[in-house]
Design a protein around this ligand. Structure first.
Ligand code: GLC
Length: 402
């Protein structure tokens, strides 16, 4: 029996422009609150309120867990290998997560500094990881014979993490999953089924923080009745945030396997695998090493040098140095005055001089203070910003000859 205690982990990296905090509280109701844009397209005060925690969280765990974990040949194997439904269903026999697995995931996420987790409630294979009343193809009737979603939600909460559900609109198991494209009666049935499943997820597990839709094939937003879908979701979960994969803008965009900021300050979350597969693929050993994962994480702010990345919180600038230069480091074009500098891990205050172009930090140890990155913390007199163009244009140049 394979051990499913840790199946597949992924990263969710949330980032975007700083949110405005709006303190208004809204009661739970069947209807979305007035002023709510069900498409999520407009940046409303309500959206900013719901997104506040997520902007602060920045780092989450994305877990793909379903029958494909028992098969061990990637979550797309059912389609890629054209496995007949009856044969695929037999993977239920091997889908048997050890009790307490979800708690293990949650502990791992917390220890890694993640603030939220998102689990596949139903992937493209159509198997439901919860106690649904709408299909018997679920984890209570087959496989673990437990409500995997409930265990996940409870585990996340026990570790103080926010929790979200991934939900694939595309379904390779349901008889109407493909024919809904051309058959109006099939579409009606399948859309009702889909909305019904989402309603269960939004009703039976308390407060849910994220709904992460995936693959909308074969319908468009109109076909899925996506506005109605989001309206129901917001009515049941007034604080939830939703992504953009039900063909509406939602609250955030979802670049996949790449770190790419959205234009215009729109919120985005980059999802990345730790090897090259989302679901368990036993032959995939192309694991990212910790150095790569950390480098990816610190790439989520726009400012760079050739040996460091930067993040900031309020007036504090964090310089994450991955190629340690020695006893001094410099930042080009920092516009703010540095009030103090130190290594994150402690030690004496560092010396800083600034000449309008260069911020020069001295007194560092000759060897890297930490691995794979060493972080220097700079307290500034304002929100740190970098202007390297000013350096290129205005830094004094010499005449010909020295
Ligand atoms: C892609 C893959 C899907 C995976 C998702 C995660 O859409 O098809 O398997 O769940 O990416 O973002």
């Amino acid at each position: 029996m394979p051990d499913f205690s840790v199946d597949r982990r992924g990263l969710l990296i949330g980032a975007a422009a700083a949110p405005v905090v709006v303190a208004a509280q809204e009661p739970a109701s069947a209807q979305p609150p007035p002023g709510r844009d069900p498409s999520g397209a407009a940046s409303t005060a309500d959206q900013q309120r719901r997104m506040k925690w997520w902007h602060d969280a920045k780092f989450g765990m994305f877990i793909h867990f379903g029958l494909y974990a028992a098969h061990g040949r990637h979550e797309w194997s059912m389609e890629n290998e054209a496995i007949p439904v009856a044969e695929y269903q037999k993977f239920t026999a091997g889908f048997n997560p050890a009790p307490g697995s979800a708690r293990g995931w949650a502990r791992l996420a917390k220890a890694a500094g993640m603030k939220y987790m998102v689990l596949t409630s139903k992937h493209h294979e159509g198997f439901c990881n919860w106690d649904t009343k709408l299909t018997n193809y679920n984890s209570v009737n087959y496989g673990p014979r437990r409500d995997v979603i409930r265990e996940f939600v409870e585990a996340g909460r026990a570790e103080g993490l926010r929790v979200g559900f991934y939900y694939s609109l595309m379904d390779w198991h349901h008889p109407d999953g493909a024919r809904c494209q051309d058959d109006p009666a099939a579409r009606r049935r399948f859309v009702d089924y889909t909305h019904g499943l989402i309603r269960e997820l939004m009703t039976n597990y308390g407060k849910i923080d994220i709904l992460w839709y995936d693959v909308s094939w074969p319908l468009d937003a109109e076909g899925w009745e996506s506005e109605k879908m989001n309206q129901m979701v917001f009515g049941l979960q007034p604080d939830i945030i939703v992504n953009n994969r039900n063909r509406l803008a939602g609250d955030f965009s979802t670049p996949e396997q790449t770190i790419r900021a959205e234009r215009g300050g729109r919120a985005w979350e980059s999802c990345m695998t730790l090897n090259d597969s989302w679901g368990y693929q036993r032959a995939d050993d192309n694991w990212k090493d910790p150095r790569t994962v950390i480098r990816n994480l610190i790439t989520c702010q726009p400012h760079t040098s050739v040996y460091a990345n930067f993040t900031r919180k309020g007036n504090t600038l964090y310089m994450h140095v991955y190629f340690w230069p020695g006893t001094d480091v410099s930042i080009s074009g920092l516009k703010q005055k540095v009030l103090s500098a130190r290594l994150l891990q402690g030690g004496p205050t560092l010396s800083v001089t600034q000449d309008g172009f260069r911020t020069h930090i001295t007194g560092l140890p000759a060897a890297a203070a930490d691995s794979p990155v060493s972080t220097i913390v700079l307290e500034c007199d304002g929100v740190p910003e970098q202007d390297t163009l000013n350096v290129r244009v205005n830094k004094p140049r010499a005449g010909i000859g020295i």
